[in-house]
Design a protein around this ligand. Structure first.
Ligand code: CP
Length: 311
């Protein structure tokens, strides 16, 4: 593997899921593979799980880790040919090349603006790192994708071993703030790539990018869609058509104990209790969100291992 910026970088998804599960069983089996190698993690945005699990994953492989909250560094300029006489102090051309001298791989978290669809979809931040850095790039959630989360999710579903082809439903749920589409996008792509009976439910106005949803069944009737589900993956996203807007906060779309029935409930976290999912679900055995978050380490670890093997 030369980079991990989307799930398309995985050669064999079922195989990598099994490798991640094997790493979970013995996390230190490759503890020297990363000796004298450094992972530099750059955060344009906040993180709890991605930051700690990726650092833990790197350390389990014997790597050194350097973390930079990039908002505490110089403001970066990304446009070519700009006259840099305003607030941006350093161009990505220099920054990416300089960081590449300190790092054997660079992981980047950079959310979308949710104001400018074209710019967000161009993935200009992560693509600039790919263009100007001289080491592999890892996506720790970009404008449109969260592939480390998606691999975790597939691993978690695989561990459940409920049946050969479990019914998995991605359900939109309300949220007061405008959230990105990245988690939903990568989850959808992942579900389209593994053996599940997959569908999506969301209110009207919340259709995601049709180039991503493709022919996945979509329902605007949540309770009907959730019927007989084995796994309900809960996530809010802002409107894609009315880009970045919160159109409704209808509490009737919150995930409740009654709606979830016997299904396992997944969420990438952080989750707003009693807005997105009610306490009765999160505090029940149906909730596998803590186990899911634990798997972030092993999904990250298998990706770092693949990149180390190719250095
Ligand atoms: N799920 C996830 O990416 O969590 P963080 O935002 O805390 O990293």
């Amino acid at each position: 593997m030369k980079k991990y910026t989307g799930i398309h970088d995985i050669e064999n998804i079922p195989k990598i899921i099994q490798e991640a599960i094997a790493i979970k069983e013995n996390p230190f089996q490759y503890e020297t593979i990363g000796k004298h190698k450094t992972l530099t993690m750059l955060f344009f945005n906040s993180s709890l799980r991605t930051r700690l699990s990726t650092e833990k994953a790197a350390k389990n492989l014997g790597m050194e880790v350097m973390i930079l909250d990039i908002n505490n560094a110089w403001n970066l300029e990304f446009k070519d040919g700009t006259i840099m006489n305003l607030n941006n102090t350093e161009h990505i051309k220099e920054a990416a090349q300089v960081i590449s001298q300190y790092a054997d791989m660079i992981a980047v978290r950079a959310f979308p603006s949710l104001h400018n669809k074209k710019e967000d979809e161009s993935e200009h931040i992560i693509n600039s790192f790919i263009k100007y850095a001289t080491v592999p790039i890892i996506n720790m959630e970009s404008a449109t994708a969260h592939p480390l989360q998606a691999l975790t999710d597939a691993m978690t579903i695989s561990e459940l071993t409920i049946k050969k082809k479990p019914k998995v439903v991605l359900s939109w749920a309300p949220h007061p703030k405008a959230l990105p589409h990245a988690v939903a996008n990568s989850f959808i792509k992942m579900m389209q790539s593994i053996a599940v009976d997959f569908s999506i439910t969301h209110p009207e106005g919340y259709a995601l990018n049709p180039e991503i949803t493709k022919n996945t069944p979509i329902s605007h009737h949540q309770e009907e869609a959730l019927k007989d589900a084995d796994i309900v993956y809960v996530k809010n996203w802002s409107s894609y058509d009315t880009y970045g807007k919160v159109l409704i906060e209808d509490p009737n779309w919150m995930i409740t104990k009654e709606k979830i029935g016997n299904a396992a409930c997944m969420h990438c976290l952080p989750v707003r209790r009693n807005v997105v999912i009610e306490d009765a679900v999160l505090d029940s055995e149906n909730s596998i969100v803590i186990r899911q978050a634990n798997n972030r380490t092993f999904a990250a670890q298998v990706i770092l291992k693949k990149l180390l093997e190719n250095l």
